[in-house]
Design a protein around this ligand. Structure first.
Ligand code: ATP
Length: 313
């Protein structure tokens, strides 16, 4: 039985061939995406298959995603098919190594229609880790579904890890900040990058963990992971954390990065894998997150096979 449950969106990314502008491209490459889906796939690649609760349309894109997830070792028990809604799509533009942009087609699509209570008690009783992100919080019923899941996870003393992913292409900063305020008191650990923090109302030196962490701790989470791109990552934990109090930084690994899309998701998977495996030294946990993430950047796509997986694992 998996000890981790990941919940949230999976979607199809379309990338213009030859990096052409969206307005003029004649052809697209199709790629599976969605931050939580990337995390679930990375965990499976690290030999820690997690439950993944998501919802796709009963359409060819939903078939593609369901098959991709299954091929990559993600258990299908909570991969729902929605007969009345389409699968979410996103069109990607910009440089994959310096911040791609997404144009979402996500109006009442299947992943926005996750319903509260669908993960049964037996599955939640068995897991110790629940990983969620901010995208489902953009609208109901998925927002209520995530809050319900987090509340039930907390009632069982699971550790809830939250990806504070701003996605300004998807919703305005004011809505994002309001939803961040609402969920932060209910989560244990937050993973963020500096550009996520301003939209969440945390201004100032957002790449300085000592400036950022106290402002997140005061909202509830005992642990903060701040990813810093090729500069690695830093973490702070209060004495409420099972592994804290602690302060750690790790400078990351120099690799020939070809695509940083989903690097943060690979980092999250590496960190959760380390913690779920009993790791309590935050420096070693960061090292693991950075190693998995750096390896992930050397291949195109957030779900591609990890290179040299023996050395990563
Ligand atoms: P995402 O695009 O998934 O939202 P993010 O902005 O959360 O990503 P980043 O800070 O860009 O995340 O990167 C996450 C982790 O990936 C970093 O902490 C680092 O370990 C690794 N990483 C990112 N870019 C590189 C790079 N060019 N070289 C090596 N490692 C990298």
């Amino acid at each position: 039985m998996p000890d981790v449950l990941v919940a949230g969106e999976t979607l199809v990314d379309f990338l213009p061939e030859g990096d052409s502008p969206l307005a003029t491209t004649d052809a697209f490459a199709r790629r599976p995406g969605g931050a939580p889906a990337n995390v679930a796939v990375r965990l499976a690649q690290l030999d820690r298959p997690a439950w993944f609760w998501t919802r796709v349309g009963d359409d060819p894109f939903g078939d593609f995603l369901a098959e991709t997830l299954a091929d990559r070792g993600v258990p299908d028990r909570f991969v729902e098919r929605d007969p009345e809604a389409k699968t979410t799509l996103a069109f990607v533009s910009g440089d994959p190594t310096s911040g791609p942009r997404f144009t979402f087609y996500r109006d009442r699509t299947a992943d926005t229609r996750l319903q509260p209570g669908r993960v049964p008690a037996d599955a939640l009783d068995a897991v110790e880790w629940v990983v969620v992100g901010s995208v489902p919080l953009a609208s109901d019923p998925a927002r209520s579904a995530v809050h319900d899941l987090v509340d039930r996870a907390n009632a069982r003393d699971c550790t809830v890890v939250f990806d504070l992913n701003a996605r300004p292409e998807l919703w305005g900063d004011a809505d994002f900040a309001r939803q961040a305020d609402r969920i932060l008191p209910a989560v244990d650990a937050v993973k963020a990058s500096p550009e996520d923090l301003g939209p969440a109302g945390i201004e100032g030196d957002t790449d300085d963990i000592d400036a950022v962490a106290p402002r997140i701790h005061e909202r509830g989470p005992h642990t903060v992971f701040l990813t810093l791109g090729e500069g690695g990552a830093a973490a702070r934990a209060t004495d409420d954390a099972p592994w804290g109090p602690a302060a750690a930084s790790h400078g990351g690994y120099a690799v020939d990065a070809v695509d940083t899309t989903g690097a943060g998701d690979a980092f999250t998977a590496g960190v959760v894998d380390a913690l779920a495996g009993g790791g309590r030294d935050l420096s070693a946990v960061l090292e693991r997150g950075n190693a998995v993430a750096a390896a992930a950047t050397t291949r195109a796509g957030g779900m591609a096979d990890l290179p040299n997986s023996d050395s990563v694992v």
